[in-house]
Ligand binder design. Sequence first.
Ligand code: C2E
Ligand code: CA
Ligand code: CA
Length: 492
Amino acid sequence: MHWLNLPYDGDFEDAERWRFVLTASGFSMLSLIIPTVVLTRLVANTQSSYRRLQRIQSQTETLAKYDSLSGLINRRVFMDVLRKKLDLQRPLAILLIDLDHFKAINDQHGHSAGDSVLVEVSHRLQGIAAIHAGTAARLGGDEFCLLFLDHREESELAEIAELAVRWLSEPVLETTLCARLGATIGISRSWVDAQDASSLLHCADTAMYRGKNTGRSTFNFYDNEYERQLRAQADLDLALRHAVDREEIVPFFQPIVTLPSQQVVGFEILARWLKPDGSTGMPTDFIPLLERMGLIPAMTRSLVRQACRAASLWDDDLHLSLNVSATMITDELFPDRLVEQLRHEDFPFERFEVEITEEALVGNLEAAQRNLSKLHGYGISVALDDFGIGYSGLYHLTRLSIDKIKIDRSFFEAGNIDHLPMVEAILGMARSLKMKVTAEGIEDFHHPYLPKWLAENGCHYAQGYLYGSPQAGSTIATAIQAPVVVCGAAQN
Ligand code: C2E
Ligand code: CA
Ligand code: CA
C-alpha cells in the first residue's frame, strides 16, 4: 500500500485484511470460472445440436432415396437412375412388377402381414437384381421395378421374368400360405419401345396391364398394337358414355302382330346407336360394352323415356316390349323404378311388357323371381325371350311369373322345316301352362304358309321382317296416321 502510495489504516486487523484479500480473489476467480463454464456448455450444446442436425439430414436423405419398408430405392431415385442409364446410350430393359392378390393378403391377414410380404418380395427381387447385375426399386404400394443395363435379347429377359414370376409365387409367410401370391410383369426396352424414362415406364405398365387382363402370374413384352387397341377401346368407351348422355342411343320399333288376323298389336323396343358420323350401331355390338361399363340401366331408362314419348303419338291400345338385361332384372330397385318412370310418362302398365332371356334368370334366380312377381303385380307382363335355344327349363316356366314365351327365330330358318315338330311341342306346352306365344323371325319367304300354320297350332303372335323390320319411331307415327299398320304381303 505504501508502494502504491495508497492510504493504509494500520489498525486494520490482520484477519479482516485477509478476509478482504480472500473475498477479492474469490470474486476474481468466480468471474473467470463462470464465463468459462457457460462458454464450454454453450460450445458443447452447439456441437451436439450440429451433430443432431447432421443425423437428421442424413436420415432425411435416406428417406428421400430409399423406401423405409423395403430398403429399396424409391420411385423418384429410380427415375433418376433410369434417366442416367438412358444417357449412357446403351440398351436397357425394365421389368415392372405388380403383385397379384396383394390386397387379399392385406385384408385377410392384416397390414403387418402385408408389410412382411413386401419386405420378403423386396429381398427376392434384390436377389434377382444381384444375380443379373440389375437394380431393384419399389415404385410404391405393391409395385416394383427391375432395371437391367445391356440386356437386349428377348430370351434373356424372358428368363429373368420367368424366374421372378416363379420366385414371387412361392408362399411368403406361414400365415399367408393359403393366400395365393403371384406377380404380373410388363417388360419394356429402350431402343425398341421408347427412349425416355417416363415413356419406357408407361410401356412397361401397358405390358403389365395386359398380363393382368389375361390371367395374371405371367409376363408380357410391350406391344405397340395392343396399346393401339387399348386406345381404340378407350375412345369407344368414351363415345358410348356420350352416346348415353346425349341420347344418341334411340329406340327402334319392330311390330308384333296378332294371329291369325296379322294386325299390329304392339312393338318391341330395339336399341340403335345413331352415331355422330351418320352410321348406325347395332345392339349386339354395343350392349356388351355398356354392360361392362355399367351403363345398361342408364341406357334402358333413356330408351323407356324416348319410347313412351314416341308411343304417345300412336293408337292408345298398342303395347311396348322392352328387353331387360340380367343385371337389371336382378336389381331389387328395378320394378319400382320402372313403374315410377311409366307413371311419370303416363304410360299404362298393362300396355307394357318386359322380355328376359333364361340366361338372365339363372344367375340370381331368387332375385329375378321376386322382381318378376313384383312386375306382374303391377300389371306389366313378362315374356321369356329366345325360348328354345337356352336352358328351356320347365322350372323357369312353371315357377316364375311368366306370361309369354317368344320362340327363337332359329326355329324358322330358311328352307328348314325340321324344327316344326319342336315348335308344335312348345305350343302344346304353352297351351297347358296357359301362356301366350310369339313366333320370332317370320320373314317374307314364310308367307303365307307359316303364319297360317302357326295360327292353326295355337300361336298367338308373330314378329319378323314379314311384318316390318325395326324402324325409327317417327316412321311408325306416320304409318299409323296413314293407316298402313301391317306390311305388304301379310295383308293379303
Ligand atoms: P332379340 O330381343 O331377340 O331381338 C330380336 C332381334 O332379331 C333384333 O335384332 C331384330 O332386328 C332381329 N329380327 C327381327 N325380325 C327378324 C327376322 O325376321 N329375321 C331375322 N334374321 N332377324 C330378325 P337386333 O335389333 O340386332 O337385336 C339383337 C339383340 O340385342 C336383341 O335380340 C336383344 O337381345 C338385344 N337388344 C336389343 N335392344 C336391346 C335393349 O334395349 N336392351 C337390351 N338389354 N338388349 C337389347
Ligand atoms: Ca327381345
Ligand atoms: Ca328374341
